[in-house]
Design a protein around this ligand. Structure first.
Ligand code: MN
Length: 239
């Protein structure tokens, strides 16, 4: 019996760039690690090269491998996108559900994370996004400080998000472990990783300093693209 929360989540209109599995050379349908869209050193204004290698090449790669391992005995689940797995966890056999949820969530969150960062090039968000941020948070600086505060106050591992509700309201939320906003009926615009592995090498326990410096590497054109995508879908519901 699906919970009300899951029933709501399943009614999502299309998410951009769904993470679909593909056939590998041996003919197995598997999830794959997306290549970083830039060199590992590009995020140095906030994230050191060593952390990027550990985080993308090892941590994220391991999540993808464990997701494939968790799905190995279940051919009927292997062709689903990561989003489909997370939005309908009741179809996943109980014995593997915790593993699939956690590794699929890690794969989705990190894939989104790499794309919404990039070289510090001075680009800003589009006018529509900036106006919506002003409307929801008072000002752009107000938004930034509320986002950092939410991230600092989150206890333990998780993520801090800018997310859009079905009523088109922007919200700042945090999620636990590798939960994604789609699992609570919200559209993820961008998120920052609050796990210690994301910042510990350079910042040790100074999560606030990491969160403050992160603004230097946010890829605002990509964040804007995601916001406009969701806005369009919500204004013109699919038939
Ligand atoms: Mn991470």
């Amino acid at each position: 019996m699906p919970s009300p929360r899951m029933s709501r989540a399943k009614s999502f209109p299309g998410l951009p760039d769904p993470l679909k599995p593909a056939m590998d050379r041996s003919g197995r349908v598997v999830h794959t690690l997306p290549a970083l869209p830039y060199k590992h050193f590009v995020l140095e204004p906030c994230i050191d090269t060593g952390t990027m290698h550990l985080h993308h090449d090892i941590y994220h790669a391991t999540s993808v491998k464990r997701l494939n391992d968790a799905l190995a005995e279940y051919p009927e689940l292997q062709t689903l996108s990561v989003e489909e797995l997370l939005l309908d966890v009741n179809r996943i056999p109980e014995g593997t559900r915790v593993a699939v949820r956690s590794h699929a969530g890690a794969h989705l969150n990190h894939s989104l994370f790499w794309r919404t960062m990039g070289p510090a090039n001075g680009a800003t968000g589009c006018g529509t996004l900036l106006a919506a941020i002003d409307h929801s948070f008072g000002s752009f600086n107000g938004f930034r400080s509320q986002f950092v505060e939410a991230g600092v106050n989150h206890v333990g591992s998780g993520w801090v998000w800018l997310a859009l509700s079905a009523q088109r309201n922007l919200q700042i939320i945090t999620t636990t472990n590798h939960e994604n906003p789609i699992q609570v009926g919200l559209y993820p615009i961008m998120g920052n990783d609050l796990w210690e592995h994301a910042y510990f090498l350079r910042y040790q326990n100074r999560r606030a300093e990491y969160l403050e410096r992160w603004w230097k590497v946010v890829n605002w054109p990509e964040v804007s693209r995601r916001f406009i995508h969701f806005l369009d879908r919500l204004q013109t519901p699919a038939a």
